[in-house]
Design a protein around this ligand. Sequence first.
Ligand code: GLN
Length: 490
Amino acid sequence: MDITSLTAVQLSERIQKREIACREAVEAVLDRIAQREEQYHCYISLDREAALEAADEVQQKIDAGLLSSPLAGVPVAVKDNICVAGMETTCASRILSGFVPSFSADAVLRLEEAGAVILGKTNMDEFAMGSTTETSAYGVTRNPWNPAHVPGGSSGGSAAAVALRECFYALGSDTGGSIRQPAGYCGVVGMKPTYGTVSRYGLIAYASSLDQIGPLCRDVTDCAAILDTITGHDGKDSTSVDRRDGNRNKGNYALALTGDAAGLRIGIPRDYLGEGLDPQVRDAVLEAAKMLEGRGAVVEEFDLSLVEYAIPAYYTIACAEAASNLERFDGVKYGFRAKEYEGLHDMYKKTRSQGFGPEVKRRIMLGSFVLSSGYYDAYYLKALRVKALIKQAFDAAFAKYDCILGPVAPATAPRLGESLADPIQMYLGDIYTISVNLAGLPAISLPCGMDKAGLPVGLQLIGDCFQEKNLLRAAYAYECARGLFTQCPG
Ligand code: GLN
């Protein structure tokens, strides 16, 4: 049997039964990486020795009866903007080359406590700014289903690694769709939890009010298990929420996986099906809605207003926060410093000019502009008002529906190079994902078919704040109706 064909939860069951050793699982996945990595380039760095050592340690704990979590011994990949102590963490930027954090992100610590084995760090758009993984300073990642296409972004390395079985699951981060969109393009499951569900400690910030860590994985069962493990209040992130009290619907996400959708009220925003949506994507998404009806859900279309304002509001807020967050990369504290300079200011200037790529520079300039005096009210404050109105529009929708269903992206994965030429066009591709971040909502992306060219189509389900269980229930019901997406590309 090919060990890498198992899901994370299936693998851990075999490990618990002593049918597979943790080391065997790591070796299987390292073999897979050796065969595929040259062509697809999912990872920026790998630590084979550390993974094998960790596997042996976890095995000892399992043998001693100390570890029985559904992720114990399962190899995982981590996006390169999430700190892992002792592993170089670059955010796919030259400016962080050589930066080795002395601490791990809270989400990583929780995974390690549950016995996860970390393989390495995955490729991404520089500082998570992008939708294709082409802005990485360390080369592009290719789409597992067709290497002439992009894997999506910014968590493109994580999504492609899961699809190619170069890991059993991965962590990504989602500021405006960066987990859901690459999951959709690569045919895997990806979830952005409610803002505050997973600690952002150790996640290198892009736009702090929007960023959230989440899982990329093979199926909804894995998604629930990973979410259960990484969720929790962390004293080091004051925006992380304690969801243990009953009202907040914390934990035991696996209990939501019943297979039925009886009584679930699902709304499809008419605005999501209109102009700009590829008819093949629309058909696949509507087909998925029918399947959910078949499992007992009540589905109807409705008007979600303000959709067209989401992109300008998001890019104003995200760039403003990015410009502030990226100020710290000055050649003094972290990573890269320009070789030749005259004096402190020249060192800052040269380090930042040489260290950041063009997309990051564009956003720093945009962000500095909208925050500058005279423009702050006209742009930044106005964007914050739009953000509040978008949240209100979603609140009104969730008074009627348990979930909102729609596409993840207007089309399937574009060809390499196509998006870079026209950044505005690339920003427009985020239309269905970014309002979720502006409103702080949870959303899941899962495969719902293939287009004529053989590229995966993604389905998105959006839930109300802290209602991940509704999402997982609907997603699992759909997965049961459709049958597991077990094809493996590459
Ligand atoms: N594509 C969006 C952007 O470039 C989203 C990125 C993300 O979620 N990190 O900002």
